[in-house]
Design a protein around this ligand. Structure first.
Ligand code: NDP
Length: 282
């Protein structure tokens, strides 16, 4: 029976710490850390994320601004808003909710954000700093995974770590962070041969491919720590599920994150942490 890594509880503990640090920050500086969230279009899932981010800001004592722009917003309008927020002293973090409508060039938009306010850590300047280990911000989901591991007492030093998935927002930065923590890291993707064998070598397996319940017990070594980043809808009942088949893997893993309630709650928490860091760095 695996230890269940409770992302909700760990996230709540970190938010309580951030709230306390924010109160001290406000007392010292006379202003609160400020986050601006921009959403273009009316994708219901994105709207829920944005609302959750606002609520989370309020809970820890941040100042927040939300911009809900129509789906046909042109590039110049969005760039002008980002430019204004870049120069707004009340705003320390700017987040543009992805995905953007097709007519907008996400890369160009993200490049326009001042790297000092890039609390998602997607700007190439920040990506480069992460690679050389001199970062201010870490991308929220991989940073959340690192917090889950450290606060659950999982050591990474010298361990075989296998990350499945190589996206710019999850897999690649996750691999870099595990490497920096002295893990021996293998990154797998859709061209990996013998995926099962590679996964079975892992002391720490991070699943981030976006395929519902893909990893069953046959991918997992007895006693491994299994981190499930996936957030999918199960085809049979439409319920939220991860990339890991929890029922089959939990009996053989030493620790595992559930979905929901594992990695998911950590992402916004890490965004709050980055915003506080940005305010301190002003
Ligand atoms: P992407 O679709 O950008 O990347 C998926 C990666 O998985 C790719 O590198 C792809 O390989 C690889 N892959 C896909 N199928 C296989 C396979 N059968 N075998 C091996 N590798 C495979 O997804 P994201 O990284 O954005 O997200 C991954 C999952 O994490 C999703 O379920 C997403 O919803 C979730 N997520 C959760 C977050 C949270 O807060 N908990 C935050 C962000 C994402 P290749 O590069 O070769 O195509």
């Amino acid at each position: 029976m695996a230890k269940i890594i409770d992302g909700k509880a760990i996230s709540a503990a970190i938010r309580a710490e951030i709230k306390e640090e924010t109160a001290a920050f406000v007392k010292e500086k006379g202003y609160a850390p400020g986050l601006a969230v921009i959403i273009v279009g009316s994708d219901p899932a994105s709207q829920v994320y944005v609302r959750n981010k606002h609520r989370a800001c309020e809970e820890v004592g941040f100042y927040s601004q939300g911009y809900e722009l129509p789906a046909d917003t042109d590039e110049a309008t969005l760039l002008a808003l980002i430019d204004r927020l870049n120069r707004d002293d009340r705003i320390h973090g700017i987040l543009v909710q992805l995905p953007l409508p097709r007519h907008l060039d996400a890369e160009k938009i993200l490049l326009a954000i001042d790297p000092a306010k890039d609390v998602d850590a997607f700007h190439p300047f920040n990506v480069g700093r992460i690679l050389i280990g001199k970062y201010s911000f870490l991308p929220c989901t991989p940073a959340g995974v690192m917090e889950l591991l450290s606060r659950s007492g999982v050591t990474i030093d010298g361990k075989e770590c296998v990350v499945v998935g190589r996206s710019n927002i999850v897999g690649k930065p996750q691999a870099v962070l595990l490497l920096e923590a002295n893990g021996t890291v293998t990154v797998c993707h859709s061209h990996t041969k013998n995926l099962k064998e590679v996964c079975r070598r892992a002391d720490i397996l991070v699943a981030a491919i976006g395929k519902p319940e893909f990893f069953d017990a046959s991918y997992v070594k007895e006693g491994a720590v299994v981190i499930d980043v996936g957030m999918n809808r199960r085809p049979s009942d439409g319920k939220l599920c991860g990339d890991v088949d929890f029922a089959s893997v939990e009996p053989i893993a030493s620790a595992i994150t559930p979905v929901p309630g594992g990695v998911g709650p950590m992402t916004i928490t890490m965004l709050l942490k980055n915003t506080l860091t940005a305010a301190r760095g002003r």
